[in-house]
Design a binder for this molecule. Structure first.
Ligand code: GLU
Length: 453
């Protein structure tokens, strides 16, 4: 522990790619753990690999956390700590824990200098908060490289020095780092300035085929920005990520960030890989959409529905529940519109007999004929024009009664087709309600004219 006896953690991404879901989950576990215990959490951008780093990735990581609403107590750049790395490297050499070694560079047949750590070849044992006791004989690791030169410390060294100088007490990170821990403990002990941190290595995230999730194989699905851009709700995303490898037990699955902070128990994180199932995320997201107020839902619809200028406020208000019922995340609105599923709300159908798809002939129910269809449409139109002062439900009752008398297909099919111009469309009650009586009368009138030609 540090002098204040306060927990200090860090999330330490290398900005060599966009924030991915594995990183976000590591950050969350650090966050829950730290906030529950009133500690301090640092975002440390490990930007020392000049060849692979990009500023846009650093920005994307920061933006990802802004979206999720995670607030770090401090943000540091590893490169700012460079003079300190150098100082410690020199001290390790002075104290006999490291040495400069001249080595053959394979391809060029030249000799170059690297700095190696003098391995004391001992057994390292540490207690991982998730995995329990881990013991490793470090002899096999040999004298490993800790810097390419005095100016270029490599990952193990800079990572440990930063943890030491930033007062880190708990290192919570992905399982892929488990193999690095013995080397890092050796360096930590050689520096001998502080007690070592407590480690926790959290399980890998696997695809539903149980492969390690990777950008190469799984594309944009691994990137946090994908979920942000596709109109997922951050609360749902956090809830879902938190459950990749941990859950508080019991039936309840919906937990706010605050609940997660209160309930999180790192010792209950599973050791085996955690399966990432996007269907489950969609389920969470839908649950959170249902919890939004109507106003919030409308705001999201306005943000994610393309060509929003075609929809007036009154139409959007009526359309809201219909859209909400059909989506798991707001990004799906784009596809609905591209597929033409919403056309019937913004344009009256154009019956074009040259065009197979919108042929007026299709308005005739398969077991019916032209005469019946014309008669039935006229009757529907009379119901609409004679009942201007009654509620929508009452109008619908009248239409439904007519359908029961004359046959449901014979009434409801031509009604639906005249309103939508499509064989597949929302049901006629929904269409009539959303379009309103006036617009519906006009559409039925058009269909009647076309059919009488
Ligand atoms: N920079 C390392 C990475 O991105 C993090 C190492 C650590 O958390 O200790 O994987």
């Amino acid at each position: 522990m540090n002098s204040e006896n306060k927990i200090v953690t860090r999330f330490a991404p290398s900005p060599t790619g966009f924030l991915h879901i594995g990183g976000a989950r590591s950050a969350l576990f650090n966050y829950f753990f730290t906030k529950q215990k009133g500690g301090k959490i640092i975002l440390r951008i490990e930007d020392t690999d000049a060849e692979r780093n990009k500023d846009e990735y650093t920005q994307a990581i920061i933006d990802g956390f802004d979206w999720l609403g995670l607030k770090f107590d401090d943000t540091k750049k590893q490169s700012d700590n460079f003079p300190t790395h150098k100082k410690y490297l020199e001290k390790l050499i002075t104290d006999g824990h490291a040495y400069v070694s001249k080595e053959e560079v394979k391809e060029e047949g030249q000799r170059a200098e690297v700095i190696r750590f003098k391995n004391p070849n001992k057994k390292i044992t540490f207690t991982d908060m998730i995995r329990g006791e881990v013991s490793v004989d470090t002899t096999d690791l040999g004298d490993f490289v800790i810097a390419k030169s005095f100016e270029e410390p490599i990952f193990h060294l800079s990572n440990v020095i930063d943890d030491i100088t930033m007062g880190v007490t708990h290192v919570i990170r992905g399982e892929e780092h488990l193999a690095n821990t013995p080397r890092q403990i050796l360096i930590w002990e050689a520096i001998g300035e502080r007690e070592r941190p407590i480690y926790a290595h959290i399980p890998l995230i696997l695809s539903t085929e149980r492969e390690k999730l990777s950008k190469r194989k799984h594309g944009e699905l691994v990137s946090v920005a994908y979920y942000q851009n596709n109109g997922y709700l951050k609360e749902a995303f956090i809830n879902f990520l938190a459950f990749l490898g941990w859950n508080p037990g019991g039936e309840e699955e919906i937990y706010s960030l605050e609940d997660l902070i209160n309930k999180f128990d790192i010792t209950k994180v599973q050791k085996g890989g955690a399966v990432f199932n996007v269907d489950k995320l969609n389920w969470f997201n839908k649950e959170y959409i249902k919890k939004q107020t109507e106003k919030e839902q409308l705001e999201y619809i306005k943000k994610y529905l393309p060509n929003i200028e075609k929809y007036n406020d009154q139409l959007l208000e009526k359309l809201r529940p219909v859209l909400i019922e059909r989506i798991n995340f707001y990004g799906e609105l784009k596809k609905m519109q591209e597929d033409g599923d919403l056309d019937c709300y913004t344009h009256a159908p154009v019956f074009d007999n040259k065009n197979e798809e919108a042929s007026i002939e299709k308005i005739i129910w398969k077991k019916s004929n032209k005469e019946n269809t014309l008669e039935n449409l006229k009757e529907i139109k009379i119901i609409l024009s004679l009942n201007k002062d009654i509620s929508f439900e009452e109008i619908w009752d009248k239409i439904y009664k007519l359908a029961e008398e004359k046959g449901k297909g014979d009434i409801l099919w031509p009604l639906r087709y005249s309103l939508s111009g499509k064989e597949k469309s929302p049901d006629p009650k929904t269409l009539l309600y959303i379009l309103g009586v006036k617009e519906s009368e006009e559409r039925i009138e058009t269909a009647l004219k076309e059919l009488s030609k």
